[in-house]
Design a protein around this ligand. Structure first.
Ligand code: AMP
Ligand code: GLY
Length: 426
């Protein structure tokens, strides 16, 4: 079989690596791919993941048997609709269903309509009304969100009315996120541990994967700026079997049913970003694809053939498939470029020492013609290790990360600490 993966990060490398292991897979293409994927797939660096028409033109004579658009932008731009229309089966939601991530207004209104627990909110289509609402709003912090995709930067936790109003002005008057900011959601600030639950769904059946915990801030102790994610542990110890059962009944099944009722059945990986608040689990956000770097920590725990799951999701036969996971724990440590998430330099050669049984996924790398791998992004590598206990997985991940070097490299030193303190050592 010939497969096509669309994307260029650590998530895509992890998916590629899981698919490449299967004997049925004879050829893998990645558009545009990265330095790590180049070792297992033929990369097509001349096309961007968002250039849907170019991707279709390129695919027309390649006999692609199955495609996986793995990132949010191509999905929201309709990559699945376009490829399926050419007769190429895909794993992932079509454009209509991808709105669950692509429009915060859509997802909040869906949750309100179907009684799915989430933060209280109001939607505004103009700055004046949003500012007037904040004039009368008393409880801070408050959360301001741009409606559309904003490279993970469209959420502002405003500590005061002044900050909230400044955020509204930046988004709506100064056009900080372009058309993504033509509407804003202003919502109640929630508190509690966060849990990421990714799920497989065929539009009717939903099968949650192992839970996980992202570490979004750049520095230890959750200090520093927000990033795309600096590390992950799985499973998440805050996500007890009781909470999981509640989420299944109050959130996962109702969401799948709601999308079905709206005529937008969601097929693919639906990511539930949850907060375990004193009032019960609530949805912070939905993503229409695997989380990054959650995916990198979770896929090494999967026993079942990933391609078989992808096909079952597309063909609506997930109910008949048993998905199996390894016992044990995973830890992913992100190695980043000095300066990230602000300005950083790229192009530094990377040396890989003996990383033992760890998985090293490339997030921002490039392979030069002579085979040298150099840094090419803010988050450069994702080092993932498994262990029978969380402390074991964490220790192994850090040990392997310590064997890799490039100029300016840094990582957080406390991935998994909060989880271990919460009793996740078993
Ligand atoms: P997002 O960019 O949607 O992933 O949101 C980034 C982060 O903002 C989330 O992981 C939460 O930590 C935080 N966040 C978003 N909405 C809320 C909320 N209503 N209350 C508290 N924190 C929030
Ligand atoms: N790790 C969070 C995300 O993928 O959005």
């Amino acid at each position: 079989m010939t497969l096509l993966l669309i994307g260029s990060g650590g998530r895509e490398h992890a998916i590629c690596a899981a698919l490449a292991k299967k004997p049925a897979v004879t050829k893998l293409y990645a558009i545009p791919g990265n330095g790590g994927m180049a070792e297992i797939a033929e990369c097509v660096p001349g096309i961007k993941a968002t250039e849907i028409e170019k991707i279709c033109d390129w695919a027309a004579d390649k006999s692609i048997d199955f495609a996986v658009p793995a990132a949010d932008d191509p999905l929201c731009l309709g990559a699945v609709d376009a490829l399926e229309a050419m007769g190429i089966p895909c794993f992932g939601p079509d454009r209509a269903a991808a709105q669950i991530e692509g429009s915060k207004v859509f997802s909040k209104d869906l949750m309100r309509k179907y009684g799915i627990p989430t933060a209280d909110y109001e939607v505004f289509g103009g700055a004046r009304a949003a500012l007037a609402y904040l004039d009368a709003y008393e409880t801070y912090p408050v959360v301001v969100k741009a409606d559309g995709l904003a490279l993970g930067k469209g959420v502002i936790i405003a500590q005061s009315r002044e900050e909230a109003q400044a955020a509204v002005r930046e988004i709506m008057e100064q056009g900080k996120f372009g058309a993504s900011g033509s509407r804003v959601v202003i919502e109640e600030f929630l508190t509690g541990p966060e849990v990421s639950v990714l799920s497989f769904t065929d539009g009717r059946t939903v099968v949650p994967m192992v839970s996980s915990m992202d570490h979004k801030r750049a520095r230890d102790n959750d200090e520093g700026l927000n990033t795309g994610g600096m590390g992950v542990i799985a499973p998440n110890p805050f996500y007890t079997p009781e909470i999981a059962a509640r989420c299944m009944n109050e959130i996962f099944i109702p969401t799948i049913a709601a999308m079905q009722k709206e005529g937008k059945p969601f097929k693919g990986c639906l990511y539930f970003g949850l907060m375990l608040t004193p009032g019960g689990p609530k949805v912070i956000e939905y993503n229409c694809r695997f989380g990054d770097p959650e995916c990198q920590a979770i896929l090494p725990l999967l026993e079942t053939d990933l391609l078989e799951i992808f096909r079952a999701c597309r063909e609506e036969r997930l109910a008949g498939l048993e998905i199996q996971w390894k016992d044990g724990h995973a830890c992913c440590v992100v190695l980043a470029s000095g300066g990230y998430p602000e300005k950083y330099a790229a192009g530094f050669p990377i040396t890989f020492g003996e990383t033992g049984g760890a998985y090293v996924y490339h997030a921002g790398t490039k392979r030069l013609e002579d085979g040298t791998i150099v840094t090419a992004g803010g988050r450069v590598l994702n080092v993932v290790a498994l262990g029978e206990s969380l402390p074991e997985a964490v220790e192994r991940a850090y040990e392997a990360a310590g064997k890799i070097a490039f100029e300016g490299a840094f990582c957080r030193g406390d991935i998994g600490r909060r989880a271990m303190e919460a009793g996740g050592s078993g």
